[in-house]
Write a protein that binds this ligand. Structure first.
Ligand SMILES: *Cc1c(COP(=O)(O)O)cnc(C)c1O
Length: 357
């Protein structure tokens, strides 16, 4: 049967190079914060086009470290899309701050700038919380509308965070995902566009002060070394072996990205009559973390694929405002019409760099 994301095919293609890189780590023995970690951070900075890259243990920690650097705390409001993966909203609540959910744009599935501005204004009028930041998500690989989001962030004096966990490799007019807003984060979970063989994550910023703070927070709030602790931090590092694997995968990544875009184009051609296929605005490039269509007959369509041996998935069937964990926020139902429509109609088809066309 066909794989939804064929990681084994990718490994087969890169086996010699990856095996060699892993072997080198086993032999030099610097398993934590070894030289491959710094090498990877430099290569990622070059690829994305930012000054600083700080790797960490996973994409959720990358967001948590970002919340720590931005001093997000109880009483703060942080705006994020309701149609996303749980981690985007979880990290806000984890700091004791309040996530304010925002509806989606119908065409791109990303956070809707107009709805965002309404919810910022409503939060200000209500006067209970201090608006602090926006976390936008590059959902399914498509960068969010950063030109508009940056204008709103500037207008209301909010920090803008790019959750590029799914967006690595995407771009807007040649500017790469990971370079938008004040700080951006990504995940190297195996199924993401650039994945390792376990958990991994990274943070991207051009801000020197943020970069210094991030390096401290990820190692127990270290000062001059990890036994000099100047603030409360966490332990969140990328393993050297994962960095070694990512170094080889990053070399192959541009070719995989071209392939993913070809697969998406093929899907567009064959599926546009049956479903609402993804729309990529002019100047935008998607990294196609998922190829997601809308159908008002989702269950039956997914069943047909299943019968043909083609796996499909639902990302996401539950919005954040519908999650049990966020019941305490007492979000009003029916105020997220687009996101709720998406949650009941989306399904995703297999996409990766090793599909035979
Ligand atoms: C995967 C994902 C994360 C979390 O990354 P992990 O590495 O799994 O912790 C955060 N945000 C979004 C949008 C994601 O898809």
């Amino acid at each position: 049967m066909m794989q939804f994301i064929d990681l084994a095919a990718q490994y087969k293609h890169l086996k010699n190079k990856i095996d060699k890189r892993i072997q080198a780590v086993l032999e030099h023995g610097h398993y934590v914060m070894g030289p491959e970690v710094q090498e990877l951070e430099e290569k990622l900075a070059e690829y994305v086009g930012v000054k600083h890259v700080i790797t960490c243990a996973n994409g959720t920690d990358a967001l948590t470290l970002t919340m720590m650097v931005l001093d997000i705390k109880p009483g703060d409001a942080v705006f994020c899309p309701t149609f996303t993966f749980f981690a985007t909203a979880e990290v806000i609540a984890y700091e004791g701050a309040t996530p304010i959910f925002v509806d989606s744009d119908e065409a791109t599935f990303n956070i809707c700038p107009a709805d965002l501005e309404k919810r910022i204004q409503a939060t200000i009028v209500e006067g209970k919380l201090t608006p602090k930041a926006i976390i936008a998500v590059d959902l399914f690989g498509l960068p969010a509308n950063y030109p508009e989001l940056q204008k709103i962030a500037d207008k209301y004096n909010l920090k803008l965070v790019e959750d590029a966990a799914q967006g690595f490799g995407g771009s807007i007019n040649g500017k790469r995902a990971g370079s938008f807003g004040d700080i951006a984060t990504t995940s190297f979970f195996p199924a993401k566009p650039l994945g390792c063989y376990g958990d991994g994550g990274a943070i991207f910023t051009n801000n020197d002060e943020y970069a210094e703070l991030l390096k401290s927070y990820r190692v127990h709030g270290k000062g001059k070394d990890k036994y000099d602790n100047v603030r409360i931090g966490i332990n969140s590092r990328l393993d050297t072996i994962q960095a070694a694997i990512l170094l080889e995968k990053l070399v192959e990544f541009p070719a995989e990205l071209i392939k993913r875009n070809k697969v998406a184009e093929n899907y567009n051609k064959t599926l546009a009559k049956k479903y609402k296929t993804p729309s990529v605005p002019s100047g935008y490039v998607s990294s196609w973390a998922q190829y997601t269509v809308l159908s008002d007959n989702r269950d039956a369509e997914m069943m047909k694929y299943k019968e043909q041996g083609v796996p499909t998935m639902i990302y996401y069937g539950t919005c954040m405002h519908q999650q049990t964990a966020f019941r305490y926020l007492a979000c009003q139902r029916l105020t997220f019409p687009i996101a709720e429509m998406l949650a009941s109609n989306v399904f995703s088809l297999p996409i990766h760099g090793y599909i035979e066309l």
